[in-house]
Design a protein around this ligand. Structure first.
Ligand code: SF4
Length: 105
């Protein structure tokens, strides 16, 4: 009996999946400077020594809110979401841009 090699078609989901796109909306005025966000994601949140509030790195002000859209990996998405969830005064909102789902209110 001869050896029959089976061939498999392997589809790597990471090659076909789209990168998550998030919209961060930050109500900076109501930040109390607890810096829990910064502890989770120090690349996205920076301490501003002038007023002891967090700055949204790369964010733009829009009608009193700071906003940033980010295309990211699934791992980074989890980190960004976690950095919003730990805010004690819930001033960080995260929206999935593709679906419109609010991930953190
Ligand atoms: S966790 Fe919330 S209150 Fe604390 S610094 Fe970040 S945004 Fe401000």
């Amino acid at each position: 009996m001869g050896f029959v090699e089976k061939s498999f078609y392997c589809r790597n989901a990471h090659n076909v999946a789209e990168m998550p796109k998030l919209r961060v909306e930050y109500d900076r005025e109501n930040c109390i400077g607890a810096f829990a966000c910064m502890a989770v994601d120090p690349d996205l949140w920076k301490k501003n020594d002038a007023d002891n509030k967090a700055d949204l790195e790369g964010g733009k002000e829009n009608s009193g809110k700071w906003v940033k859209e980010i295309e990211c990996s699934e791992d980074l998405k989890e980190k960004i979401v976690a950095s919003a969830e730990v805010c004690p005064v819930r001033v960080i909102k995260i929206i999935d841009v593709e679906t419109g789902n609010v991930l953190v209110q």
